[in-house]
Design a protein around this ligand. Sequence first.
Ligand code: UD1
Length: 417
Amino acid sequence: MDRFHIVGPNRLKGTVQASGAKNAALPALAASLLTDEPLYLDRVPQVRDIRTLRRLLEHLGVGSKQNGSVLELAPAGEASLDEAPYDLVKTMRASVLVLGPLLARRGHARVSLPGGCAIGVRPIDQHLAGLEALGAKVRLEHGYVEVQSRRLTGSRFRFAMPTVTGTENVLMAAVLAQGTTILENCAREPEVVDLARLLSSMGAQIEGAGNETIEIQGVDRLGSARHTIIADRIEGGTYLTAAALTGGDVVLEGANPADLAPLLEKLVENGAEVSETAQGIRVARTGALKPRDLLTSPHPGFPTDLQAQYMVLMTQAEGKSTICETVFENRFQHAPELMRMGADIQIDTSYARISGPAPLSGAHVMATDLRASACLVLAGLVAQGETVVQRIYHLDRGYEGMELKLQALGARVERVS
Ligand code: UD1
């Protein structure tokens, strides 16, 4: 199993290119199930979750090949199976994104229930309620969810909470339903908007993506499209947080500042210098880090996927801060590892109270999930001495060449197999 060896402290300096967004690429790949014609997706990140979904799509009759920066997806062989087996779904919850497209296109899908995961229970009840509203029959049996319908019918549906993949799943089903669908209380994340853009290029009729209400006029078929995936705001945000953390000076190229606004506003409050240059977004810090309280919430709030990285930053701020996690119920698993490195953190259910600055010292730490791994790498960058982050396979699910990007910014980090 691979691990990272990091020798700190480091000061990051230089330019880093944002990769394509994993969370936008995943639904875009799943959308290939909605058509018989090829899809050409540019800037799909080369990360493990994408490889997992490509394997699942192949199993479902969609082949994919990488041509330079473009991933081409097209029907391959007989599109016979409508089933996403446990072995493929268990490693990646987002496999559930094939449910909506399979149902809409083939009238049937059977997908293993994703079950629990490290950061909470994460049910898919809203995905299923949305599909039911479009006329699907839903059955749960033997750990699988089975959905079935001859032709879906447009309907009005209100999500009980904004769910990102739930909105994407129901949206992908509704584009081929008969008539008009109105979805309320939708997730407004940039990745949902990117999916809607792709679907529209394929011929779908969608209005309002990025707002709470999305209206879809069903069409009979979708066709080929070319699409460039948006930049990964979480990956980019991780490097910008690292710049502020290490007292560095980093320019992030190719990202959309608007998508990163909740983080950039915080970093300014924390005392970092943030500017938009011709090259990209620049974050630098020379003065002291100021503590600020943080509340995670659905977009346009502060993303839960950057909470763990922000916690490391607050361990180095001069004073006390509080982080309240409102999206997932169990997303402080990085905190005990940070405490082993010397951080002063108290956890009380969904609140973390952090006192800084606490000098961190290098240690052997264990990654528990994707963003927690990024947090531990950031901690290693400012800690004195050597930090070994184990179970880097979590990190490889969502960060493209992280050690290479950090090395280019001057960090002493190495992947050891
Ligand atoms: C997506 C992202 C993930 C991010 C999360 C929140 C992808 C592939 N993953 O995950 O990186 O952390 O959004 O921004 O895009 N919920 C229910 N019932 C449902 C669906 C969700 O109760 O049917 C709850 C969840 O348990 C959670 C909240 O709603 O508490 C938000 O989850 P959701 O937006 O669905 O997260 P994902 O789409 O799984």
